[in-house]
Design a protein. Structure first.
Ligand SMILES: Nc1ncnc2c1ncn2[C@@H]1O[C@H](COP(=O)(O)OP(=O)(O)OP(=O)(O)O)[C@@H](O)[C@H]1O
Length: 308
Protein backbone atom coordinates (compact mmCIF):
# COMPACT_ATOMS: atom_id res chain seq x y z
CA UNK A 1 0.00 0.00 0.00
CA UNK A 2 2.80 2.37 0.98
CA UNK A 3 4.72 1.52 -2.15
CA UNK A 4 1.68 2.03 -4.31
CA UNK A 5 1.27 5.52 -2.95
CA UNK A 6 4.89 6.23 -3.71
CA UNK A 7 4.60 4.88 -7.24
CA UNK A 8 1.82 7.24 -7.98
CA UNK A 9 3.51 10.23 -6.42
CA UNK A 10 6.88 9.65 -8.05
CA UNK A 11 5.54 9.55 -11.57
CA UNK A 12 3.52 12.71 -10.96
CA UNK A 13 6.27 14.64 -9.27
CA UNK A 14 8.81 13.74 -11.89
CA UNK A 15 6.79 15.64 -14.47
CA UNK A 16 6.82 18.71 -12.26
CA UNK A 17 7.83 17.97 -8.69
CA UNK A 18 7.07 21.42 -7.30
CA UNK A 19 3.74 22.31 -8.83
CA UNK A 20 1.40 23.31 -5.95
CA UNK A 21 -1.15 20.78 -7.18
CA UNK A 22 1.27 17.94 -6.68
CA UNK A 23 2.54 19.11 -3.31
CA UNK A 24 0.79 16.42 -1.35
CA UNK A 25 2.26 13.80 -3.67
CA UNK A 26 5.80 15.13 -3.57
CA UNK A 27 7.94 12.28 -2.20
CA UNK A 28 10.05 14.77 -0.24
CA UNK A 29 6.97 16.03 1.53
CA UNK A 30 5.75 12.62 2.59
CA UNK A 31 8.54 10.61 4.15
CA UNK A 32 6.08 8.07 5.55
CA UNK A 33 5.65 6.57 2.09
CA UNK A 34 9.38 6.35 1.71
CA UNK A 35 10.40 3.43 -0.53
CA UNK A 36 12.86 1.94 1.93
CA UNK A 37 9.93 0.35 3.75
CA UNK A 38 8.84 -1.62 0.70
CA UNK A 39 9.56 -5.32 0.71
CA UNK A 40 9.67 -6.20 -3.00
CA UNK A 41 11.66 -5.06 -5.99
CA UNK A 42 9.14 -3.08 -8.05
CA UNK A 43 9.26 -0.95 -11.17
CA UNK A 44 7.96 2.61 -11.30
CA UNK A 45 7.38 4.58 -14.49
CA UNK A 46 8.72 8.12 -14.46
CA UNK A 47 7.26 10.49 -17.02
CA UNK A 48 7.44 9.31 -20.59
CA UNK A 49 10.54 7.24 -20.91
CA UNK A 50 12.29 7.11 -17.57
CA UNK A 51 11.80 4.05 -15.48
CA UNK A 52 12.79 3.59 -11.89
CA UNK A 53 13.15 0.52 -9.71
CA UNK A 54 13.25 0.39 -5.95
CA UNK A 55 14.69 -2.54 -4.05
CA UNK A 56 13.87 -3.60 -0.51
CA UNK A 57 17.13 -1.94 0.61
CA UNK A 58 15.99 1.38 -0.78
CA UNK A 59 18.23 1.20 -3.88
CA UNK A 60 16.85 3.15 -6.80
CA UNK A 61 17.62 2.19 -10.38
CA UNK A 62 17.04 4.62 -13.22
CA UNK A 63 16.57 3.56 -16.85
CA UNK A 64 16.19 5.68 -19.91
CA UNK A 65 13.69 3.42 -21.64
CA UNK A 66 10.27 2.12 -20.72
CA UNK A 67 11.33 -1.39 -19.98
CA UNK A 68 14.04 -2.65 -17.63
CA UNK A 69 14.46 -5.63 -19.97
CA UNK A 70 15.53 -3.49 -22.97
CA UNK A 71 18.61 -1.91 -21.41
CA UNK A 72 21.70 -4.09 -21.91
CA UNK A 73 23.82 -1.95 -19.55
CA UNK A 74 21.63 -2.80 -16.60
CA UNK A 75 20.34 -0.31 -14.09
CA UNK A 76 22.32 2.56 -12.65
CA UNK A 77 21.97 1.91 -8.93
CA UNK A 78 21.71 4.92 -6.62
CA UNK A 79 21.21 4.20 -2.94
CA UNK A 80 18.65 6.34 -1.20
CA UNK A 81 19.57 6.52 2.46
CA UNK A 82 17.01 6.75 5.23
CA UNK A 83 16.53 10.29 6.63
CA UNK A 84 17.17 9.00 10.17
CA UNK A 85 20.68 7.87 9.24
CA UNK A 86 21.79 10.37 6.59
CA UNK A 87 19.85 13.47 7.43
CA UNK A 88 17.90 15.66 5.07
CA UNK A 89 20.93 16.76 3.05
CA UNK A 90 21.98 13.17 2.39
CA UNK A 91 18.55 12.13 1.20
CA UNK A 92 18.28 15.32 -0.85
CA UNK A 93 21.53 14.62 -2.71
CA UNK A 94 20.58 10.98 -3.25
CA UNK A 95 17.23 11.98 -4.70
CA UNK A 96 18.96 14.38 -7.07
CA UNK A 97 21.36 11.65 -8.12
CA UNK A 98 18.58 9.16 -8.67
CA UNK A 99 16.60 11.61 -10.81
CA UNK A 100 19.72 12.69 -12.69
CA UNK A 101 19.03 16.40 -12.16
CA UNK A 102 19.33 19.04 -9.47
CA UNK A 103 16.32 20.51 -7.70
CA UNK A 104 15.76 24.08 -8.70
CA UNK A 105 15.90 26.84 -6.09
CA UNK A 106 14.05 29.21 -8.40
CA UNK A 107 10.70 30.49 -7.06
CA UNK A 108 7.91 28.17 -8.14
CA UNK A 109 5.69 31.09 -9.07
CA UNK A 110 6.87 34.61 -9.93
CA UNK A 111 6.34 37.47 -7.49
CA UNK A 112 2.79 38.83 -7.68
CA UNK A 113 2.29 41.91 -9.83
CA UNK A 114 2.12 45.28 -8.12
CA UNK A 115 -1.54 45.89 -7.37
CA UNK A 116 -3.52 49.08 -7.81
CA UNK A 117 -6.18 49.44 -5.09
CA UNK A 118 -8.79 52.11 -5.75
CA UNK A 119 -10.54 53.18 -2.53
CA UNK A 120 -13.69 55.21 -2.78
CA UNK A 121 -16.80 56.02 -0.79
CA UNK A 122 -18.97 58.91 0.32
CA UNK A 123 -17.44 62.02 1.80
CA UNK A 124 -16.70 61.63 5.51
CA UNK A 125 -16.86 57.83 5.52
CA UNK A 126 -13.22 57.62 6.60
CA UNK A 127 -11.21 57.10 3.39
CA UNK A 128 -8.30 59.24 4.56
CA UNK A 129 -8.31 57.76 8.05
CA UNK A 130 -8.34 54.16 6.76
CA UNK A 131 -5.65 54.78 4.13
CA UNK A 132 -3.40 56.58 6.60
CA UNK A 133 -3.53 53.59 8.95
CA UNK A 134 -3.15 51.09 6.10
CA UNK A 135 0.08 52.73 4.95
CA UNK A 136 1.35 52.63 8.54
CA UNK A 137 0.78 48.90 8.97
CA UNK A 138 1.61 47.61 5.50
CA UNK A 139 4.97 47.62 3.74
CA UNK A 140 5.56 48.24 0.04
CA UNK A 141 2.38 50.19 -0.30
CA UNK A 142 2.34 53.65 -1.76
CA UNK A 143 -0.55 56.03 -1.31
CA UNK A 144 -0.57 58.26 -4.36
CA UNK A 145 -0.68 61.86 -3.33
CA UNK A 146 -3.44 63.52 -5.32
CA UNK A 147 -3.01 66.95 -6.86
CA UNK A 148 -5.76 69.39 -5.95
CA UNK A 149 -6.58 73.00 -6.57
CA UNK A 150 -8.58 73.27 -3.33
CA UNK A 151 -7.31 75.25 -0.36
CA UNK A 152 -5.34 73.47 2.35
CA UNK A 153 -7.33 72.46 5.46
CA UNK A 154 -5.81 73.08 8.89
CA UNK A 155 -3.21 70.40 9.66
CA UNK A 156 -2.84 69.22 6.04
CA UNK A 157 0.69 69.03 4.64
CA UNK A 158 1.58 69.82 1.02
CA UNK A 159 3.08 66.75 -0.71
CA UNK A 160 1.79 64.45 2.04
CA UNK A 161 -1.98 64.88 2.09
CA UNK A 162 -2.25 66.45 -1.36
CA UNK A 163 -0.15 68.37 -3.81
CA UNK A 164 -1.77 71.78 -3.52
CA UNK A 165 -1.51 73.57 -6.84
CA UNK A 166 -3.17 76.61 -8.37
CA UNK A 167 -6.01 76.22 -10.87
CA UNK A 168 -3.65 77.39 -13.65
CA UNK A 169 -1.03 74.82 -12.75
CA UNK A 170 -3.69 72.10 -12.66
CA UNK A 171 -4.91 73.02 -16.14
CA UNK A 172 -1.30 72.81 -17.39
CA UNK A 173 -1.06 69.25 -15.96
CA UNK A 174 -4.27 68.28 -17.77
CA UNK A 175 -2.98 69.66 -21.06
CA UNK A 176 0.31 67.76 -20.73
CA UNK A 177 -1.58 64.48 -20.11
CA UNK A 178 0.17 64.07 -16.76
CA UNK A 179 -2.94 62.88 -14.94
CA UNK A 180 -4.43 59.41 -14.94
CA UNK A 181 -7.79 60.85 -13.96
CA UNK A 182 -9.06 64.24 -12.85
CA UNK A 183 -12.36 65.83 -11.92
CA UNK A 184 -13.89 69.07 -10.79
CA UNK A 185 -15.23 68.35 -7.29
CA UNK A 186 -17.25 70.95 -5.43
CA UNK A 187 -15.62 73.63 -7.59
CA UNK A 188 -12.05 72.35 -7.14
CA UNK A 189 -9.86 70.16 -9.35
CA UNK A 190 -8.53 66.83 -8.08
CA UNK A 191 -6.33 64.50 -10.12
CA UNK A 192 -3.92 61.56 -9.98
CA UNK A 193 -0.38 62.11 -11.28
CA UNK A 194 0.65 59.22 -13.57
CA UNK A 195 4.39 59.44 -13.05
CA UNK A 196 4.11 58.84 -9.32
CA UNK A 197 2.28 55.55 -9.96
CA UNK A 198 4.82 54.43 -12.56
CA UNK A 199 7.75 55.20 -10.26
CA UNK A 200 6.39 53.23 -7.32
CA UNK A 201 5.14 50.30 -9.39
CA UNK A 202 8.61 50.02 -10.89
CA UNK A 203 9.91 49.62 -7.31
CA UNK A 204 7.45 46.74 -6.79
CA UNK A 205 5.09 48.72 -4.55
CA UNK A 206 1.34 48.31 -4.46
CA UNK A 207 -0.54 51.49 -5.15
CA UNK A 208 -3.48 52.97 -3.28
CA UNK A 209 -5.61 55.53 -5.03
CA UNK A 210 -8.22 57.54 -3.16
CA UNK A 211 -10.98 58.90 -5.34
CA UNK A 212 -14.60 59.95 -5.03
CA UNK A 213 -17.31 57.87 -6.68
CA UNK A 214 -17.14 59.87 -9.89
CA UNK A 215 -13.37 59.31 -10.02
CA UNK A 216 -13.81 55.59 -9.38
CA UNK A 217 -16.19 55.34 -12.34
CA UNK A 218 -13.64 57.08 -14.58
CA UNK A 219 -10.83 54.84 -13.33
CA UNK A 220 -12.93 51.75 -13.96
CA UNK A 221 -13.30 52.83 -17.59
CA UNK A 222 -9.54 53.40 -17.87
CA UNK A 223 -8.19 50.50 -15.81
CA UNK A 224 -11.07 48.01 -16.15
CA UNK A 225 -10.20 44.87 -14.20
CA UNK A 226 -6.49 45.63 -13.97
CA UNK A 227 -7.10 47.34 -10.61
CA UNK A 228 -9.17 46.34 -7.59
CA UNK A 229 -11.99 48.67 -6.57
CA UNK A 230 -13.06 48.97 -2.92
CA UNK A 231 -16.10 50.87 -1.70
CA UNK A 232 -15.94 52.14 1.87
CA UNK A 233 -19.25 52.71 3.67
CA UNK A 234 -20.30 53.64 7.19
CA UNK A 235 -22.56 51.21 9.02
CA UNK A 236 -25.49 53.64 8.70
CA UNK A 237 -26.38 57.06 7.33
CA UNK A 238 -26.64 58.29 10.90
CA UNK A 239 -23.05 57.24 11.65
CA UNK A 240 -21.83 58.93 8.47
CA UNK A 241 -23.50 62.25 9.28
CA UNK A 242 -22.16 62.20 12.85
CA UNK A 243 -18.67 61.55 11.50
CA UNK A 244 -18.92 64.48 9.10
CA UNK A 245 -20.17 66.79 11.85
CA UNK A 246 -17.40 65.58 14.15
CA UNK A 247 -14.73 66.47 11.61
CA UNK A 248 -15.75 70.15 11.89
CA UNK A 249 -14.46 70.98 8.42
CA UNK A 250 -17.78 71.61 6.67
CA UNK A 251 -20.17 74.54 6.57
CA UNK A 252 -23.84 73.62 7.06
CA UNK A 253 -24.43 74.04 3.28
CA UNK A 254 -21.50 71.76 2.46
CA UNK A 255 -22.75 69.22 5.00
CA UNK A 256 -26.18 69.12 3.36
CA UNK A 257 -24.60 68.75 -0.08
CA UNK A 258 -22.35 65.90 1.07
CA UNK A 259 -25.18 64.01 2.75
CA UNK A 260 -27.35 64.28 -0.37
CA UNK A 261 -24.43 63.07 -2.51
CA UNK A 262 -23.80 60.14 -0.17
CA UNK A 263 -27.33 58.82 -0.82
CA UNK A 264 -26.85 59.03 -4.56
CA UNK A 265 -23.33 57.53 -4.41
CA UNK A 266 -24.54 54.37 -2.69
CA UNK A 267 -26.24 53.38 -5.93
CA UNK A 268 -22.78 52.80 -7.45
CA UNK A 269 -21.85 50.10 -4.98
CA UNK A 270 -22.37 47.33 -7.53
CA UNK A 271 -19.64 48.74 -9.76
CA UNK A 272 -17.02 47.86 -7.14
CA UNK A 273 -15.21 44.59 -6.41
CA UNK A 274 -15.36 44.77 -2.60
CA UNK A 275 -17.23 46.69 0.09
CA UNK A 276 -15.70 47.50 3.48
CA UNK A 277 -17.94 48.72 6.31
CA UNK A 278 -15.95 51.24 8.33
CA UNK A 279 -17.76 50.88 11.66
CA UNK A 280 -17.69 53.60 14.29
CA UNK A 281 -14.68 53.02 16.54
CA UNK A 282 -13.41 50.10 14.44
CA UNK A 283 -10.90 51.65 12.10
CA UNK A 284 -8.53 48.75 12.76
CA UNK A 285 -11.16 46.24 11.60
CA UNK A 286 -11.56 48.10 8.31
CA UNK A 287 -7.81 48.19 7.79
CA UNK A 288 -7.52 44.45 8.53
CA UNK A 289 -10.22 43.67 5.99
CA UNK A 290 -8.47 45.81 3.40
CA UNK A 291 -5.23 43.95 4.08
CA UNK A 292 -7.03 40.64 3.61
CA UNK A 293 -8.39 41.85 0.28
CA UNK A 294 -4.90 42.80 -0.88
CA UNK A 295 -3.49 39.46 0.35
CA UNK A 296 -6.20 37.54 -1.48
CA UNK A 297 -5.54 39.50 -4.67
CA UNK A 298 -1.84 38.70 -4.37
CA UNK A 299 -2.64 34.99 -4.14
CA UNK A 300 -4.74 34.95 -7.30
CA UNK A 301 -3.59 32.65 -10.09
CA UNK A 302 -4.80 35.10 -12.74
CA UNK A 303 -3.12 38.31 -11.55
CA UNK A 304 -4.39 41.78 -12.34
CA UNK A 305 -1.80 43.66 -14.36
CA UNK A 306 -2.14 47.42 -14.58
CA UNK A 307 -0.20 49.38 -17.18
CA UNK A 308 -0.17 53.13 -16.61
N1 LIG B 1 -14.05 53.94 11.99
C1 LIG B 1 -14.13 55.21 12.40
N2 LIG B 1 -14.65 55.47 13.62
C2 LIG B 1 -14.73 56.74 14.07
N3 LIG B 1 -14.34 57.84 13.39
C3 LIG B 1 -13.81 57.64 12.16
C4 LIG B 1 -13.68 56.32 11.61
N4 LIG B 1 -13.14 56.45 10.40
C5 LIG B 1 -12.93 57.77 10.20
N5 LIG B 1 -13.34 58.48 11.24
C6 LIG B 1 -13.33 59.96 11.40
O1 LIG B 1 -14.35 60.44 10.53
C7 LIG B 1 -13.97 61.69 9.98
C8 LIG B 1 -14.03 61.61 8.47
O2 LIG B 1 -12.99 60.76 8.04
P1 LIG B 1 -12.09 61.09 6.75
O3 LIG B 1 -11.72 62.54 6.71
O4 LIG B 1 -11.01 60.08 6.72
O5 LIG B 1 -13.19 60.82 5.63
P2 LIG B 1 -13.03 60.89 4.06
O6 LIG B 1 -13.85 59.78 3.52
O7 LIG B 1 -11.60 60.90 3.69
O8 LIG B 1 -13.73 62.30 3.74
P3 LIG B 1 -13.59 63.29 2.45
O9 LIG B 1 -13.93 62.46 1.24
O10 LIG B 1 -14.60 64.35 2.71
O11 LIG B 1 -12.19 63.80 2.46
C9 LIG B 1 -12.59 62.01 10.50
O12 LIG B 1 -12.71 62.87 11.60
C10 LIG B 1 -12.06 60.64 10.92
O13 LIG B 1 -11.11 60.72 11.97
Amino acid sequence: MLLRRFCFSTSKSYMNPFLPSSRSTNPLANSRSYPIFSSNFKTLRLGFHRTKSISSQGFVSVYSTNSTMDDPRGPEVVPIPHPDTSGRAGVFRALEASLGCTFSSQPIVPNPNPLIVVISGPSGVGKDAVIKRLTEVRENLHFVVTATSRAKRPGEVDGKDYFFVSKEEFVRMIEKNELLEYALVYGDYKGIPKQQIRDYMAKGCDIVLRVDIQGAATLRRILRNSAVFVFLVAESEEALVKRLIGRKTETVEALLMRVASAREELRHLKEFDYVVVNKEGDLEGSVKLLESIIDAEKAKVQQRRAII
